[in-house]
Design a protein around this ligand. Structure first.
Ligand code: ADP
Ligand code: C5P
Ligand code: MG
Length: 229
């Protein structure tokens, strides 16, 4: 695999953002546990900016001038974790753009951190997270969902061979991150096997307990112009 020294990990004495400037909720769970689905509900109802590490990596992979495109492609197909320098920089850039352009400072970071080094580095150099939402789902359920998603997703890793590798990476590399945050009392575990809307009810309850509410401007107001036209 090509080296990534071209992109040094931020080496700061303190995080770029204070938690009062940027709120981060990590969203973790196995492949196919429903992270993206639940994040879409949350974006509809709350003031969150959704940043999916996988989506950012796929975007970078497809960017014509990217020096990391080929590397990212290989890692994703193989279900491996892309070196943290790349992913942290992509996330940091996206967060800064959201803050500077839209003053959006409430982040759902989906599918990250997937490895202990990413977890430690991000909280040390970017911002400490508020807590982690963890979607708990058995492998057989996730496998069925992913094979189904693979019929239309066009993703290079939604096939049985890649799915098996992703499950191994999840158990060996990503679960230790969840266990680390859990040992600090910073994880809310949600069972992800029910219908999406039912899982979402539990998610909303968890956010409420953490003091994150649906903002007033997101409550739907009847649109009188729609009735007139
Ligand atoms: P992740 O982002 O964790 O990999 P997704 O949100 O993309 O997972 O969901 C994987 C697949 O499973 C998608 O096709 C999605 O529509 C479906 N799915 C998500 N949540 C549920 C659920 N609670 N029950 C059944 N299918 C679901
Ligand atoms: O979250 P998603 O399923 O979209 O991630 C797809 C792939 O992107 C992962 O299997 C992995 O190869 C890569 N990835 C990564 N590091 C992350 C998130 C995703 O290497 N933090
Ligand atoms: Mg996803």
């Amino acid at each position: 695999m090509p080296a990534v020294e071209a992109l040094p990990t931020p080496n700061r004495t303190k995080p770029l953002y204070d938690p009062s400037e940027a709120t981060v909720v990590f969203v973790l769970g196995g492949p196919g546990s429903g992270k993206g689905t639940q994040c879409a509900f949350l974006v509809r109802d709350y003031a969150f900016k959704h940043l999916s590490a996988g989506d950012l990596l796929r975007e970078e992979q497809d960017r014509p001038d990217s020096e990391f495109g080929e590397m990212i492609k290989d890692y994703i197909k193989d279900g491996q974790i892309v070196p943290m320098e790349v992913t942290i920089q992509l996330l940091e850039n996206a967060m800064t753009a959201s803050i500077e352009k839209d003053n959006k400072r409430l982040f759902l970071i989906d599918g990250f951190p997937r490895k202990m080094d990413q977890a430690l580095k991000f909280e040390e150099a970017v911002v400490p997270s508020k807590f982690t939402l963890f979607f708990d789902c058995p492998e057989d359920v996730m496998q069925e969902r992913l094979l189904n998603r693979g019929k239309t997703s066009g993703r290079s890793d939604d096939n049985l061979e890649s799915i098996k590798k992703r499950f191994r990476t999840f158990v060996e590399t990503s679960m230790p991150v969840v266990e680390h945050f859990e040992s600090e009392g910073r994880v809310v575990k949600i069972s992800a096997t029910k219908l999406p809307e039912e899982v979402y009810e539990d998610v909303k309850g968890a956010l409420k307990e953490k003091g994150i509410e649906i903002p007033v401007f997101k409550f739907s107001v009847p649109d009188s112009s729609a009735a007139a036209s």
